[in-house]
Design a protein around this ligand. Structure first.
Ligand code: SF4
Length: 336
């Protein structure tokens, strides 16, 4: 079956059942005209005051070609439930996957194991094969950890890091091809002369629906050396057990685990500041208050709504933020 996923889920299950996995978000945002998917959802009755990612997912599925959709109804998006109901009403086969409400090991391990087993039973995937797939994907994920390390050391740009990590939610539907292209990319990146950016930034929050942000940051003499949620899509856990590894995945649980991860990475990567990307009409915007309170360096909040280029106002704010960080850290002024 061709199965769409609304966000990162234990895709090992789908591969073990012999299915093809497609992250609906990636298909939407990398299409030649993502804005047309948003407009299509508007013409189907979606309100303007709703996140573009949800509209994109809906239009990708209703565009046809999917046998089923895995809707992650807990741990991701409060809008997914209603969208799944709408899709089910139009005849799309829906499987609802729910991450536990918290990743407290005592309660959540049992809960997540149950979820993964039910998920596997629905998609006719024996658990033995699911674990084999986990080991197979783990080998590819290890290469992504290396790519992330190369980013910190200046061999890979923030934009490249984003592209590789964000697509690890479905490995572009073909893990073998993805793995071999990643090998080639890493070999090429290792041969580059490393770049030392004046200002080292972290990107936190959901991936951007807008384009040009990474390039503009680079133009201003800074570089994004940490992509928080995209890195989490690569399941950066050392645990050899699939359930425990998906408990280490911080995105679906409370903000405190995310803050802990960001603070640790900020220290390791010596970050001067953060860009917190928020999506218009997303409940996660509320996290901005806690991130600003608890992160160890200044945070600039940039909001994106519909697909398109980074707007001029955001460019000015990014430029001023980088200048402020340069001044604060006694670094030569950066110029855009
Ligand atoms: S950005 Fe927020 S509202 Fe949009 S799909 Fe993601 S979690 Fe849902």
């Amino acid at each position: 079956m061709k199965v769409g996923i609304t966000t990162t889920a234990p895709i090992e299950v789908l591969f073990a059942g012999g299915h093809t996995v497609i992250d609906l978000n990636n298909l939407f945002v990398t299409s030649p005209s993502p804005a047309s998917y948003v407009n299509n959802a508007h013409s189907c009755g979606f309100p303007r005051s709703l996140c573009s990612w949800v509209k994109g997912q809906y239009s990708v599925v209703t565009g046809g070609g999917f046998d089923a959709v895995v809707a992650v109804t807990a741990g991701d998006c409060s809008n997914t439930n209603a969208m799944a109901e709408l899709l089910a009403d139009s005849g799309v086969k829906i499987y609802r996957f729910a991450y536990p409400a918290e990743n407290n090991p005592e309660y959540a391990l049992t809960e997540l194991s149950k979820q993964i087993e039910q998920f596997a039973a629905f998609f006719s995937a024996p658990m033995k094969k699911v674990r084999q797939q986990f080991n197979r994907l783990r080998a590819i994920r290890k290469k992504l950890y290396k790519l992330d390390e190369l980013t910190v050391n200046g061999y890979v740009s923030g934009a490249e890091n984003h592209t590789w990590l964000v697509s690890s939610s479905d490995f572009n539907s073909d893990p073998e091809k993805y793995s071999s292209e990643l090998d080639t990319f890493i070999l090429e990146a290792e041969r580059r002369a490393p770049v030392t950016p004046k200002i080292r930034l972290g990107y936190v929050g959901v991936p951007p629906v807008i384009t040009g942000l990474y390039q503009y940051v680079h133009k201003c003499g800074a570089e994004i050396l940490f992509n928080e949620v995209q890195r989490q899509f690569s399941i950066p856990s050392a645990d050899k057990d699939i359930c425990r590894a998906y408990l280490d995945y911080t995105y679906p649980y409370g903000i405190s685990g995310r803050i802990e991860d960001i603070c640790l990475q900020a220290k390791v990567r010596k970050l001067h500041g953060f860009i917190h990307y928020v999506q218009s009409f997303c409940h996660r915007q509320i996290h901005d208050i806690l991130l600003k309170k608890h992160l160890p360096a200044p945070v600039l909040t940039i909001e994106g709504d519909t697909p398109g280029n980074l707007d001029e106002r955001s460019k000015i704010r990014i430029e001023s933020f980088i200048e402020m960080l340069a001044e604060k850290n006694n670094i030569d002024k950066c110029s855009c």
